[in-house]
Design a protein around this ligand. Structure first.
Ligand code: DOR
Ligand code: ZN
Length: 346
């Protein structure tokens, strides 16, 4: 049995840090274990231009605890007014590594997202030309589509037509939650990849709804039935280059989660690496963890694998705080509901 595992320092290819008090509270949780992260731009107002991303990057760097090294990889929020020239300048600056597509209304702060895909065609064509990845929140928002079907319908009705209309566009299917997502990610060449969250490897929809509603397990896309969770586990632990970690760690203060209209998001920054070691060990695939969390993401984003390492060791039951206390209020740390014995030594 493996009790210790040393691997390159991981990166998080999908992270929400927010701003202000929450940013200050949650940033150390990611910076403790991760070298880099793709920073989601769904602030209020969103991070739309290179100037917005430059200013947000500076706020993140100012919030980093002294002595920590962490590189935020910035992302622009695609709107119907996004200027292709600004996107090209953002990519050329080296600060911005992707553009994020939110279908309008799909999730938290997505109201400035895209309604009419024809309006963003010039931006997508510019991105295809310069090789800048498009990170896609893959859910339709039509009210008649059942929430558990929104990802599969999006793939057929939006993503596949969009990719066919924009040859060469490099796409990351963010936080896939279905076997259809896994199959579609496998259906193309190396211009298509998919991130998988830690919590979607652990939760199915029963965990959210059976025996009382669990607001801290509610996220978007919502966890699906067990067959889908198993397909995600097989994909994540396969070692295939197209699948990599994007935690979608998404802090909301407890008052907004434990609410009549609770916000979507699971906060996993604190314990993701321990949880992943547990999951990969269960799947007999500990040797694949470094591919999922440290090698495949840099491969897709054309960045070097981190030279620094972390070591995971198995021992006593792991402990982490129930909540991270921010000046905006407490944020509950994801509780997997089972004991975990893995620890991270940096
Ligand atoms: O659960 C989620 N939370 N899914 C998203 O797509 C957005 C995120 C957030 O920003 O809170
Ligand atoms: Zn997200």
């Amino acid at each position: 049995m493996t009790h210790s595992l040393t691997m390159p320092r991981p990166d998080d290819w999908h992270l929400h840090l927010r701003d202000g008090a929450v940013l200050h509270g949650v940033l150390p949780e990611t910076a403790r274990h991760f070298a880099r992260a793709i920073i989601m731009p769904n602030l209020v107002p969103p991070v739309v231009t290179l100037a917005d991303a430059t200013a947000y990057h500076a706020r993140i760097m100012a919030a980093l605890p002294k002595g920590t090294t962490f590189e935020p990889l910035m992302v622009l929020y695609l709107t119907e007014g996004t200027d292709p020239a600004d996107v090209a300048a953002a990519a050329a600056s080296g600060l911005v590594k992707a553009v994020k597509l939110y279908p309008a209304g799909a999730t938290t702060n997505s109201n400035s997202g895209v309604r009419d895909f024809d309006k963003v065609r010039p931006v997508l064509e510019k991105m295809a030309e310069i090789g800048l990845p498009l990170c896609v929140h893959g859910e339709v928002t039509a009210p008649e589509v059942d929430i558990f079907d929104r990802e599969a319908v999006f793939i057929d009705s939006v993503l596949d037509p969009l990719r066919r209309a924009t040859p060469g566009l490099r796409v990351v299917m963010e936080h896939i939650t279905t076997m259809q997502g896994v199959a579609y990610a496998r259906s193309a060449g190396d211009d298509l990849a998919a991130t998988i969250t830690t919590h979607h490897l652990i939760l199915n929809r029963n965990h959210i709804l059976a025996g009382g509603i669990k607001p801290h397990y509610y996220c978007l896309p919502v966890a699906k039935r067990e067959t889908h969770r198993l397909a995600l586990r097989a994909a994540a632990t396969s070692g295939e280059a197209r699948f990599f970690l994007g935690t979608d760690s998404a802090p909301h203060v407890d008052a907004l989660k434990e609410h009549a209209c609770g916000c979507a998001g699971c906060f996993t920054a604190t314990n993701t690496m321990a949880l992943l070691a547990h999951v990969f060990e269960e799947e007999g695939a500990l040797d694949k963890l470094e591919h999922f969390a440290a090698r495949n993401g840099p491969g897709f984003y054309r960045l070097p694998v981190n030279e620094a390492t972390i070591t995971l060791t198995k021992g006593e039951p792991a402990k982490w705080p129930d909540k991270i206390l921010t000046e905006a209020g407490p944020v509950t740390v994801f509780n997997p509901g089972f004991p975990v014995h893995w620890h991270v030594d940096c």
